[in-house]
Design a binder for this molecule. Sequence first.
Ligand code: THU
Length: 299
Amino acid sequence: MKDLIEFEWDVPALPGAEEMLCRAAEECLRAEGIRADTYAHLRITDGESIRQVNREYRNMDRETDVLSFPSTACSPQHTLGRHEKWLLRERDETGRCFLGDIIISLPRAREQAAEYGHSLERELAYLTVHALFHLMGYDHMNEQDKERMRTMEETALNRAGMGRITDDELIRLAKEAMEFSYSPYSHYRVGAALLSKDGRVFQGCNIENASYGATNCAERTALFKAVSEGVREFSVIAIAADKSAPWPCGICRQALNEFAPDLRVIVAWGDSRDQAMLYELLPHGFGPSSGTLDYLGKE
Ligand code: THU
Protein backbone atom coordinates (compact mmCIF):
# COMPACT_ATOMS: atom_id res chain seq x y z
CA MET A 1 0.00 0.00 0.00
CA LYS A 2 3.07 2.20 0.20
CA ASP A 3 2.58 3.53 -3.32
CA LEU A 4 -0.80 5.00 -2.44
CA ILE A 5 1.08 8.22 -1.85
CA GLU A 6 3.95 9.42 -4.00
CA PHE A 7 6.22 11.38 -1.64
CA GLU A 8 8.32 14.41 -2.41
CA TRP A 9 10.33 15.80 0.50
CA ASP A 10 11.76 19.32 0.11
CA VAL A 11 12.78 19.09 3.75
CA PRO A 12 14.66 16.21 5.42
CA ALA A 13 12.35 13.17 5.38
CA LEU A 14 10.97 11.87 8.68
CA PRO A 15 11.76 8.20 9.12
CA GLY A 16 8.62 6.16 9.63
CA ALA A 17 6.22 8.91 8.60
CA GLU A 18 5.65 7.56 5.09
CA GLU A 19 4.29 4.23 6.27
CA MET A 20 2.02 5.93 8.78
CA LEU A 21 0.67 8.38 6.19
CA CYS A 22 0.03 5.56 3.73
CA ARG A 23 -1.88 3.67 6.41
CA ALA A 24 -4.02 6.76 7.03
CA ALA A 25 -4.52 7.23 3.27
CA GLU A 26 -5.57 3.61 2.89
CA GLU A 27 -8.26 4.10 5.53
CA CYS A 28 -9.52 7.25 3.76
CA LEU A 29 -10.07 5.31 0.56
CA ARG A 30 -11.66 2.46 2.48
CA ALA A 31 -14.00 4.83 4.34
CA GLU A 32 -15.01 6.36 1.01
CA GLY A 33 -15.52 2.91 -0.51
CA ILE A 34 -12.88 3.31 -3.23
CA ARG A 35 -11.59 0.05 -4.56
CA ALA A 36 -9.92 1.38 -7.70
CA ASP A 37 -6.13 1.63 -7.91
CA THR A 38 -5.64 5.25 -6.87
CA TYR A 39 -2.78 7.44 -5.70
CA ALA A 40 -1.97 11.01 -4.73
CA HIS A 41 1.19 13.08 -4.77
CA LEU A 42 2.31 14.56 -1.44
CA ARG A 43 4.95 17.25 -1.28
CA ILE A 44 6.23 18.15 2.18
CA THR A 45 7.88 21.50 2.12
CA ASP A 46 8.89 24.65 4.03
CA GLY A 47 6.86 27.73 4.86
CA GLU A 48 8.15 29.92 2.05
CA SER A 49 7.47 27.33 -0.66
CA ILE A 50 3.88 26.74 0.39
CA ARG A 51 3.43 30.48 0.47
CA GLN A 52 4.63 30.72 -3.15
CA VAL A 53 2.21 28.02 -4.27
CA ASN A 54 -0.61 29.66 -2.36
CA ARG A 55 0.18 32.98 -4.09
CA GLU A 56 0.60 31.51 -7.56
CA TYR A 57 -2.47 29.24 -7.65
CA ARG A 58 -4.85 30.79 -5.14
CA ASN A 59 -3.83 34.41 -5.16
CA MET A 60 -3.24 34.31 -1.42
CA ASP A 61 0.12 35.62 -0.41
CA ARG A 62 0.44 33.87 2.92
CA GLU A 63 1.71 30.71 4.53
CA THR A 64 -0.74 27.93 5.24
CA ASP A 65 -0.65 24.38 6.64
CA VAL A 66 -1.97 22.34 3.71
CA LEU A 67 -3.12 22.80 0.12
CA SER A 68 -4.83 20.29 -2.13
CA PHE A 69 -5.32 20.32 -5.89
CA PRO A 70 -7.69 17.70 -7.28
CA SER A 71 -6.54 16.22 -10.57
CA THR A 72 -8.55 17.26 -13.61
CA ALA A 73 -8.09 13.85 -15.25
CA CYS A 74 -9.85 12.25 -12.39
CA SER A 75 -11.89 14.91 -10.66
CA PRO A 76 -14.48 13.61 -8.23
CA GLN A 77 -18.13 14.46 -8.64
CA HIS A 78 -19.41 16.75 -5.98
CA THR A 79 -22.09 14.39 -4.80
CA LEU A 80 -21.21 12.76 -1.53
CA GLY A 81 -22.68 9.35 -2.33
CA ARG A 82 -20.37 6.38 -1.90
CA HIS A 83 -19.11 3.65 -4.18
CA GLU A 84 -20.65 4.22 -7.61
CA LYS A 85 -18.83 7.35 -8.66
CA TRP A 86 -15.45 5.82 -7.95
CA LEU A 87 -15.80 2.48 -9.61
CA LEU A 88 -16.46 4.06 -12.99
CA ARG A 89 -13.72 6.63 -12.81
CA GLU A 90 -11.33 7.60 -15.54
CA ARG A 91 -7.77 6.31 -15.26
CA ASP A 92 -4.62 8.09 -16.34
CA GLU A 93 -1.95 6.79 -18.72
CA THR A 94 -0.44 4.62 -15.94
CA GLY A 95 -3.77 2.79 -15.66
CA ARG A 96 -4.23 4.24 -12.18
CA CYS A 97 -6.55 6.89 -10.91
CA PHE A 98 -4.64 10.02 -9.89
CA LEU A 99 -6.51 11.87 -7.17
CA GLY A 100 -4.36 14.99 -7.17
CA ASP A 101 -1.62 16.92 -5.39
CA ILE A 102 -1.22 17.72 -1.72
CA ILE A 103 1.29 20.15 -0.26
CA ILE A 104 2.01 20.33 3.46
CA SER A 105 4.16 22.83 5.31
CA LEU A 106 6.38 20.93 7.75
CA PRO A 107 7.07 23.93 10.02
CA ARG A 108 3.36 24.70 10.20
CA ALA A 109 2.56 21.05 10.97
CA ARG A 110 5.18 21.14 13.73
CA GLU A 111 3.60 24.25 15.27
CA GLN A 112 0.11 22.75 15.13
CA ALA A 113 1.29 19.45 16.65
CA ALA A 114 2.68 21.40 19.63
CA GLU A 115 -0.51 23.42 19.89
CA TYR A 116 -2.76 20.32 19.94
CA GLY A 117 -0.38 18.33 22.11
CA HIS A 118 0.13 15.40 19.76
CA SER A 119 3.04 14.12 17.69
CA LEU A 120 4.23 15.68 14.45
CA GLU A 121 3.41 12.40 12.68
CA ARG A 122 -0.17 12.56 13.98
CA GLU A 123 -0.53 16.13 12.71
CA LEU A 124 0.91 15.16 9.31
CA ALA A 125 -1.57 12.27 9.19
CA TYR A 126 -4.45 14.61 10.02
CA LEU A 127 -3.42 17.11 7.33
CA THR A 128 -2.98 14.35 4.76
CA VAL A 129 -6.38 12.87 5.58
CA HIS A 130 -8.02 16.30 5.41
CA ALA A 131 -6.44 17.00 2.02
CA LEU A 132 -7.33 13.55 0.67
CA PHE A 133 -10.99 14.05 1.48
CA HIS A 134 -10.82 17.39 -0.32
CA LEU A 135 -9.41 15.53 -3.33
CA MET A 136 -12.35 13.15 -3.06
CA GLY A 137 -14.86 15.98 -3.27
CA TYR A 138 -15.49 16.82 0.40
CA ASP A 139 -15.57 20.39 1.64
CA HIS A 140 -16.39 22.44 4.72
CA MET A 141 -18.20 25.43 3.29
CA ASN A 142 -21.34 24.91 5.41
CA GLU A 143 -22.02 23.17 8.72
CA GLN A 144 -23.51 20.06 7.17
CA ASP A 145 -20.60 19.53 4.78
CA LYS A 146 -18.13 20.28 7.54
CA GLU A 147 -19.73 17.66 9.80
CA ARG A 148 -19.69 15.08 7.00
CA MET A 149 -16.04 15.72 6.24
CA ARG A 150 -15.12 15.62 9.93
CA THR A 151 -16.88 12.26 10.38
CA MET A 152 -14.96 10.80 7.45
CA GLU A 153 -11.67 12.17 8.78
CA GLU A 154 -12.30 10.73 12.25
CA THR A 155 -13.33 7.37 10.86
CA ALA A 156 -10.16 7.14 8.77
CA LEU A 157 -7.84 8.29 11.58
CA ASN A 158 -9.46 6.02 14.16
CA ARG A 159 -9.27 3.01 11.91
CA ALA A 160 -5.65 3.80 11.21
CA GLY A 161 -5.14 3.93 14.98
CA MET A 162 -4.47 7.67 15.09
CA GLY A 163 -7.68 9.06 16.51
CA ARG A 164 -9.17 9.76 19.86
CA ILE A 165 -12.31 7.77 19.67
CA THR A 166 -15.40 8.70 21.66
CA ASP A 167 -18.11 6.35 22.92
CA ASP A 168 -20.51 7.85 20.38
CA GLU A 169 -18.12 7.04 17.58
CA LEU A 170 -17.50 3.51 18.86
CA ILE A 171 -21.25 2.90 19.03
CA ARG A 172 -21.63 4.26 15.52
CA LEU A 173 -18.98 1.80 14.32
CA ALA A 174 -20.74 -1.07 16.13
CA LYS A 175 -24.00 -0.12 14.38
CA GLU A 176 -22.15 0.09 11.09
CA ALA A 177 -20.82 -3.45 11.63
CA MET A 178 -24.33 -4.63 12.50
CA GLU A 179 -25.34 -3.89 8.92
CA PHE A 180 -23.24 -6.89 7.85
CA SER A 181 -24.87 -9.27 10.35
CA TYR A 182 -25.64 -12.66 8.85
CA SER A 183 -28.60 -13.75 11.00
CA PRO A 184 -31.21 -15.49 8.84
CA TYR A 185 -32.18 -17.84 11.73
CA SER A 186 -32.56 -15.56 14.76
CA HIS A 187 -33.06 -12.27 12.86
CA TYR A 188 -31.20 -10.73 15.81
CA ARG A 189 -28.59 -8.48 14.24
CA VAL A 190 -25.55 -7.68 16.38
CA GLY A 191 -22.52 -5.50 15.64
CA ALA A 192 -19.43 -4.88 17.74
CA ALA A 193 -16.58 -2.38 17.68
CA LEU A 194 -13.56 -3.22 19.80
CA LEU A 195 -11.08 -0.45 20.61
CA SER A 196 -7.49 -1.54 21.18
CA LYS A 197 -5.18 0.27 23.57
CA ASP A 198 -3.21 1.61 20.63
CA GLY A 199 -6.37 3.27 19.29
CA ARG A 200 -7.38 0.86 16.54
CA VAL A 201 -10.97 -0.27 16.05
CA PHE A 202 -11.93 -3.81 15.03
CA GLN A 203 -15.49 -4.33 13.86
CA GLY A 204 -17.45 -7.57 13.79
CA CYS A 205 -20.97 -8.92 13.36
CA ASN A 206 -22.74 -12.14 14.29
CA ILE A 207 -22.43 -14.85 11.66
CA GLU A 208 -25.00 -17.60 11.95
CA ASN A 209 -24.98 -21.07 10.49
CA ALA A 210 -27.57 -23.65 9.43
CA SER A 211 -25.87 -25.84 12.02
CA TYR A 212 -26.76 -23.39 14.81
CA GLY A 213 -23.86 -24.27 17.06
CA ALA A 214 -21.39 -23.04 14.43
CA THR A 215 -22.68 -19.48 14.91
CA ASN A 216 -20.13 -16.82 15.87
CA CYS A 217 -21.16 -13.81 17.95
CA ALA A 218 -20.29 -10.26 16.90
CA GLU A 219 -17.94 -9.73 19.84
CA ARG A 220 -15.86 -12.79 19.05
CA THR A 221 -15.76 -11.89 15.37
CA ALA A 222 -14.25 -8.52 16.34
CA LEU A 223 -11.94 -10.05 18.94
CA PHE A 224 -10.62 -12.74 16.62
CA LYS A 225 -10.03 -10.23 13.85
CA ALA A 226 -7.89 -8.18 16.24
CA VAL A 227 -5.95 -11.05 17.78
CA SER A 228 -5.29 -12.55 14.34
CA GLU A 229 -3.69 -9.23 13.40
CA GLY A 230 -1.40 -9.28 16.41
CA VAL A 231 -3.45 -6.96 18.66
CA ARG A 232 -4.13 -8.22 22.20
CA GLU A 233 -4.78 -5.24 24.42
CA PHE A 234 -8.18 -3.61 24.51
CA SER A 235 -9.87 -0.83 26.45
CA VAL A 236 -13.52 -0.66 25.30
CA ILE A 237 -16.03 -2.65 23.27
CA ALA A 238 -19.32 -1.27 21.98
CA ILE A 239 -22.00 -3.80 21.07
CA ALA A 240 -25.09 -2.76 19.14
CA ALA A 241 -28.38 -4.47 18.35
CA ASP A 242 -31.78 -3.29 17.12
CA LYS A 243 -34.15 -4.65 19.70
CA SER A 244 -32.84 -5.36 23.20
CA ALA A 245 -29.63 -4.78 25.17
CA PRO A 246 -26.99 -7.04 23.57
CA TRP A 247 -25.08 -7.95 26.72
CA PRO A 248 -22.38 -10.41 25.66
CA CYS A 249 -23.14 -14.09 26.06
CA GLY A 250 -21.13 -16.27 28.43
CA ILE A 251 -18.80 -17.56 25.74
CA CYS A 252 -17.97 -14.00 24.60
CA ARG A 253 -17.37 -12.85 28.18
CA GLN A 254 -14.95 -15.73 28.58
CA ALA A 255 -13.22 -15.05 25.25
CA LEU A 256 -12.83 -11.33 26.03
CA ASN A 257 -11.64 -12.05 29.58
CA GLU A 258 -8.64 -13.88 28.15
CA PHE A 259 -7.23 -10.60 26.85
CA ALA A 260 -8.96 -7.76 28.68
CA PRO A 261 -10.55 -8.45 32.10
CA ASP A 262 -10.66 -4.68 32.63
CA LEU A 263 -12.57 -4.04 29.42
CA ARG A 264 -15.40 -1.50 29.51
CA VAL A 265 -18.45 -2.96 27.78
CA ILE A 266 -20.99 -0.58 26.23
CA VAL A 267 -24.26 -1.92 24.91
CA ALA A 268 -26.47 0.13 22.61
CA TRP A 269 -29.93 -0.68 21.28
CA GLY A 270 -32.45 1.71 19.75
CA ASP A 271 -31.74 5.02 21.46
CA SER A 272 -30.66 3.38 24.71
CA ARG A 273 -27.27 2.47 26.04
CA ASP A 274 -25.76 0.96 29.17
CA GLN A 275 -22.32 -0.09 30.30
CA ALA A 276 -20.43 -2.32 32.73
CA MET A 277 -16.91 -3.58 33.28
CA LEU A 278 -16.14 -7.07 32.05
CA TYR A 279 -15.04 -8.17 35.54
CA GLU A 280 -18.52 -7.23 36.75
CA LEU A 281 -20.09 -9.28 33.96
CA LEU A 282 -17.79 -12.24 34.64
CA PRO A 283 -17.10 -12.28 38.39
CA HIS A 284 -14.57 -14.86 39.56
CA GLY A 285 -13.73 -15.51 35.91
CA PHE A 286 -11.27 -18.13 34.83
CA GLY A 287 -8.37 -16.39 33.13
CA PRO A 288 -4.85 -16.99 31.83
CA SER A 289 -3.31 -17.11 35.31
CA SER A 290 -6.02 -19.24 36.89
CA GLY A 291 -4.80 -22.60 35.68
CA THR A 292 -1.16 -22.10 36.66
CA LEU A 293 0.50 -23.98 39.52
CA ASP A 294 1.02 -20.64 41.26
CA TYR A 295 -2.66 -20.08 41.54
CA LEU A 296 -3.50 -23.65 42.44
CA GLY A 297 -0.79 -23.56 45.10
CA LYS A 298 -2.66 -20.79 46.92
CA GLU A 299 -5.72 -22.94 47.44
N1 THU B 1 -25.24 -12.87 19.61
C1 THU B 1 -24.16 -12.07 19.50
O1 THU B 1 -23.72 -11.73 18.39
N2 THU B 1 -23.55 -11.64 20.65
C2 THU B 1 -23.92 -12.03 21.89
O2 THU B 1 -23.16 -11.89 22.85
C3 THU B 1 -25.26 -12.61 22.07
C4 THU B 1 -25.77 -13.34 20.87
C5 THU B 1 -25.88 -13.34 18.38
C6 THU B 1 -25.67 -14.79 18.14
C7 THU B 1 -26.85 -15.13 17.27
O3 THU B 1 -26.51 -14.85 15.93
C8 THU B 1 -27.92 -14.16 17.68
O4 THU B 1 -27.26 -13.14 18.44
C9 THU B 1 -29.05 -14.77 18.48
O5 THU B 1 -28.55 -15.54 19.52
